[in-house]
Design a protein around this ligand. Structure first.
Ligand SMILES: C[S@@+](CC[C@H](N)C(=O)[O-])C[C@H]1O[C@@H](n2cnc3c(N)ncnc32)[C@H](O)[C@@H]1O
Ligand code: SF4
Length: 382
């Protein structure tokens, strides 16, 4: 089993506020409504100090500002967090400091200051450049604002990743491919994350679908969207290193997300943030209070917003290792998996059916397994 020093450590910071709540989103988000950011920021800084006492001195491989919409934070607040992390832990050479941003004009005007504060990777939620599609998705920006934001981001950050949502009702495969192709011609971003629209329970979209207002694309068409997306990106030189993540080079794969997929360590701070520390039977799961007010209260009374802290147990650690690791298209080493070996009959069955493969001691999905990854992984762990 790897010692603490051999596993990478990152920090996930959840900033839960958004200008508008998008009808498809089921993340832990709240309307910003002129909220004073300072009480939550102070609580997050105190929580970081709490965690430094727990981990001891280990340099950080990554810091990820996720949300919600962390690009709503003033750059000075982002800078304060980066400085606090540099003082408490320090960063490894080449550490990734990522921030998720929405492409409104107000946020785009902060990009230069965010880069100057130390953010070296911007993950921009373009979603679409088509005004009708953006309206359907309930976004508070149009295609032109997305276009401008992508250009400004590329001029300021070392790395830029663009997020898209496809397989929208009424959208044709051809429309989507043209959009994707034009985007690559115009911007050639370092990284692209195209997500198929998912109808999440409890969202406005789930209610609309429930009352028959519109119908999501069927499974067959969704599979076609997925396949052509991979083909087009691969043709343009992007490597699909994870089911929904494509990088132009090995060096532009997301360091932070790879911590999750490789069962490394990360501290979660901010409302609703999850964390994982340790390996094997000693792996610990942490969860912060979901509501911002509860998170601040928990930090005030106990020093940390992490209200749940539990040992995962060998079985759960093993399940996570495979569920997360098999999303990486290179797969993960079989030897590092915690707990028992995989069931030989399930494994050879899935290999014989052409969904999984073993190479150099790593278990990985095949090209046929990728579009049905979730079902294959469920079957493997039965
Ligand atoms: C939680 S958002 C945060 C980033 C930022 N607030 C934004 O909206 O651009 C991260 C990404 O998840 C994706 N996403 C969220 N909900 C989704 C859904 N129901 N279906 C597909 N993609 C989704 C979007 O592409 C989004 O950019
Ligand atoms: S998609 Fe982004 S902007 Fe929209 S509600 Fe979710 S986190 Fe907020």
């Amino acid at each position: 089993m790897m010692a603490d020093q051999d596993r990478q450590l990152g920090i996930y910071l959840h900033w839960p506020y958004c200008d508008v709540i998008c009808p498809y989103c089921d993340f832990n988000v709240y309307r910003a409504r002129n909220t004073d950011h300072r009480p939550l920021l102070d609580a997050i800084l105190a929580d970081l100090r709490f965690w430094r006492d727990q981990t001891g001195p280990r340099p950080l491989a990554s810091l990820f500002f996720g949300g919600g919409t962390p690009s709503l934070l003033p750059p000075a607040a982002v800078s304060a967090v980066i400085e606090a992390c540099a003082t408490l832990w320090g960063f490894r050479p080449g550490a990734e400091i990522s921030l998720e941003a929405n492409p409104t004009d107000a946020e785009t005007s902060r990009f230069a200051d965010l880069a100057a504060a130390g953010v070296n990777r911007l993950s921009l939620g373009i979603q679409s450049f088509d005004d009708e599609h953006l309206k359907f998705l309930g976004r508070n920006h149009d295609g032109a604002a997305g276009y401008k934001a992508a250009g400004v981001a590329l001029s300021h950050f070392e790395q830029v990743s663009l997020d898209f949502i496809y397989a929208l009702p009424g959208q044709t495969v051809k429309q989507w491919l043209v959009e994707l192709m034009c985007m690559i011609e115009d911007f050639a971003p370092d990284h692209v994350s195209p997500y198929q629209l998912t109808i999440e329970q409890g969202t406005a979209f789930a209610r609309a679908v429930g009352r028959g207002a519109w119908t999501p694309v069927d499974q067959e068409l969704a599979a076609e969207f997925f396949e052509v997306t991979g083909q087009m990106l691969s043709l343009k030189g992007y490597d699909a290193y994870e089911v929904s993540n494509h990088a132009r080079a090995r060096s532009t794969r997301s360091v932070h997300n790879q911590l999750y997929w490789r069962s490394q360590d990360w501290i979660g701070v901010g409302p609703g943030a999850h964390g994982r520390l340790g390996a094997g039977a000693g792996r610990e799961a942490t969860l912060c209070a979901r509501k911002p007010g509860d998170y601040i209260a928990a930090v005030t009374t106990t020093g940390t917003g992490g209200v749940e802290r539990s040992h995962l147990g060998l079985e759960a650690a093993r399940e996570e290792y495979w569920m997360m690791g098999l999303r990486l298209l290179d797969g993960v080493p079989m030897i590092d998996a915690p707990g028992e070996l995989l069931d030989a009959r399930q494994l050879s069955g899935l290999i014989d059916m052409g969904y999984l493969q073993i190479a150099d001691g790593r278990l990985a999905l095949t090209a046929a397994g990728v579009p049905v990854a979730d079902a294959v992984i469920r079957q493997l762990l039965v």
